[in-house]
Ligand binder design. Structure first.
Ligand SMILES: [Zn+2]
Length: 88
């Protein structure tokens, strides 16, 4: 849960290097070296206010990534609860 709070406490926007695709445009590697393939980069609040805020595409990607993280965490918690129930 701490890592989710950490992720949601800071603004994110589409990676400018790959325009949010996550792929390296130079062809030197498969994934974008700036965002490691996520298509998102962490931004300072100042940067976002200058660039006009989070784009709709970045918002969608961010929401999708958070949903995936939430599902993974819920699955881990369910597994742990089942293991504890068996042990009790
Ligand atoms: Zn990138």
């Amino acid at each position: 849960m701490e890592c989710l709070q950490d992720l949601t406490s800071r603004p994110w926007c589409a990676c400018e290097d790959c325009a949010g695709t996550g792929f390296d445009s130079t062809g030197l590697s498969i994934l974008c070296p700036d965002c490691c393939g996520s298509g998102l980069i962490e931004s300072t609040p100042l940067h976002l206010s200058v660039s006009g805020g989070m784009s709709a595409q970045a918002q969608e990607m961010y929401t999708r990534a958070l949903g995936s993280l939430r599902a993974q965490i819920a699955a881990v918690i369910t597994t742990a609860e089942k293991a504890l129930a068996v042990a009790a």
